[in-house]
Design a protein around this ligand. Structure first.
Ligand SMILES: Nc1ncnc2c1ncn2[C@@H]1O[C@H](COP(=O)(O)OP(=O)(O)OP(=O)(O)O)[C@@H](O)[C@H]1O
Ligand SMILES: [Mg+2]
Length: 288
């Protein structure tokens, strides 16, 4: 059974007003435990709206969200449990830090779960370690941290709830390459250590290619694709029609294919692309 499934979800902002906006239109997909799913789509395609329905923050006008097979909107108790089991990290989460110390900020979620103090302390330390925040920072004010550290502290606050499904809305937006790499490694580590499912929204195709087992593509609020990165990135023309790019190495191979060279479609990692180019060279491929 999938850990989380979305069934025909629809969400309309300002329903019944002249400003009505159909943000998500009949989206279904299911995520298995331990799986990492990248969510891509042009700006305004409904990514943030969709993920906010998955932990009950937004209530769909129609459709259901099942967590371990149970409808999260069925009753308030289940909805509360869902908030703890499906952790959502917003875009630019560092703006939501507010407490006196980093330690209290990271501990805010677990404290809401009514856990004993020693368990909260243990979780705060573990989450800080996963995101690579040194212990001596825990006693400081979150406002004294660097930008990258603030982002990591905010993510640690959600990790400390030890969610079975971790959702991040553009977790690397605005970070430099090193900050980006740290966050990606952290997502991978949490996924590996906890066996939790991870969903992350991204505009960066390299990040999506590096991390995802499957990729969900949204287009104007509908599901365009939900498949392996290889199958999705083999659709570069369809993606271009949705104003989406493919990873740079895929673009290079597509360019070769455009020259009439028999390139395997949908390769998206540097390693696979290099192997493919060597293979073509060995076989003496030349433009037709
Ligand atoms: N609070 C709101 N009120 C009215 N319309 C909204 C609201 N939030 C989002 N929308 C509209 O709903 C649609 C989907 O928005 P959403 O934020 O889910 O897209 P997104 O894919 O996350 O975009 P981005 O990549 O820019 O973050 C857009 O047309 C947006 O303008
Ligand atoms: Mg968004």
């Amino acid at each position: 059974m999938p850990v989380l499934s979305a069934n025909s979800l629809c969400y309309t902002y300002g329903q019944g007003t002249p400003y009505e906006k159909h943000a998500v239109r009949g989206v279904s997909f299911a995520v298995e435990a331990g799986e990492i799913v990248g969510i891509i789509g042009h700006t305004g395609s409904g990514k943030s709206t969709l993920v906010q329905m998955l932990n009950g923050l937004l209530r769909p006008q129609s459709g259901t969200v099942l967590l371990n097979g149970e409808d999260i909107f069925a009753d308030p108790k289940r909805m509360r449990a869902c908030r703890f089991q499906v952790g959502l990290v917003f875009q630019y989460p560092e703006y939501q830090l507010f407490d006196e110390t980093v330690e209290k900020d990271i501990g805010f979620g677990p404290r809401n779960m009514d856990l004993p103090e020693d368990e909260i302390a243990r979780r705060v330390r573990r989450a800080a370690a996963v995101v690579g925040l040194p212990e001596e920072l825990l006693a400081q004010s979150p406002f004294d941290l660097s930008g990258g550290e603030k982002r990591r502290a905010a993510i640690a606050g959600v990790l400390a709830m030890e969610p079975r499904v971790l959702i991040l809305d553009e977790p690397t937006a605005g970070l430099d390459p090193r900050g980006r790499a740290t966050i990606l490694e952290m997502i991978r580590a949490y996924n590996r250590q906890s066996g939790a499912a991870v969903l992350f929204v991204s505009h960066n195709m390299e990040d999506v290619a590096a991390l995802s087992h499957r990729v969900l593509v949204l287009d104007h609020g509908t599901r365009a694709f939900f498949d392996t990165p290889r199958a999705v990135f083999a659709q570069s023309e369809a993606l271009a029609g949705m104003s989406l790019a493919v990873p740079a190495v895929t673009r290079i191979l597509d360019g070769l294919a455009g020259q009439g060279i028999a390139v395997t479609p949908g390769l998206y990692t540097v390693e696979d692309a290099a192997a493919e180019i060597l293979r073509l060279r060995k076989e003496g491929e030349r433009p037709a």
